[in-house]
Design a binder for this molecule. Structure first.
Ligand code: GRF
Length: 195
């Protein structure tokens, strides 16, 4: 059975979608570990509730000790390698990995991004799409799951889906619609990646 390492930084609703799919027998995989760089990430609670091993691995101690991001990435890579993952899933992981990390897990790291390929890379993608729609620049947005490469939110697409924006949408309504699309797409993309 393929082993997944899921990396999160926030509420973990996408992690929950993976947990639910595994528990429902809709995803033939095992979540070997859930890693968060933030202690208060609710995703850690979700993992513990599902009996999944967790790892809290913050960057701050490295920064406080004057150690580099590369050292952080290298130590995290060691911890991850010990879990023998077949696939590393960045489900709302808010650090940008070094090329060395991605090279170590070449072809095994996939990333979820709440926009269409090449659109709104980086933070606050949904809000930026919402504002672009208000300016008449786009008619819809979307979500993408792609292989992670050093360039942020780039890399070969595994799966993507359009998400409609409606006149009168609030940002919260669009965010909900985007996240619902993510939850479906991420499970499909993982299924495709491990098949
Ligand atoms: C998702 O929208 C993901 O695309 C983005 O951060 C959000 C994480 O949400 N990078 P959650 O923690 O899975 O609820």
């Amino acid at each position: 059975m393929k082993r997944l390492a899921i990396l999160i930084s926030g509420s973990g609703s996408n992690l929950q979608a993976i947990i639910d799919a595994v528990q429902a027998g809709q995803l033939d995989a095992q979540i070997a570990v859930v890693v968060s760089n933030r202690r208060e990430a609710f995703g850690l609670t979700r993992a513990k509730q599902a009996g999944i091993p967790t790892l809290y691995f913050p960057l701050k101690p490295y920064r406080d000790a004057g150690r580099s991001r590369e050292e952080y990435d290298a130590d995290l890579a060691e911890r991850l390698a010990a879990c023998a993952p077949d696939l590393i899933v960045l489900a709302g992981w808010m650090h940008i990995f070094s090329p060395a990390f991605l090279a170590r897990f070449r072809g095994c790291v996939l990333n979820l991004h709440p926009a269409l390929p090449g659109q709104f890379p980086g933070m606050h993608a949904i809000q930026r799409a919402f504002e672009a729609y208000q300016r008449g620049e786009i008619a819809h947005t979307g979500v993408v799951v792609h292989w992670a490469v050093p360039e942020v939110d780039a890399g070969a697409v595994i799966a993507q889906a359009e998400v409609p924006i409606y006149a009168g949408d609030t940002l919260a309504e669009l965010e909900t619609r985007v996240h619902q699309s993510e939850h479906r797409l991420l499970v499909e993309a993982i299924r495709s990646a491990i098949s």
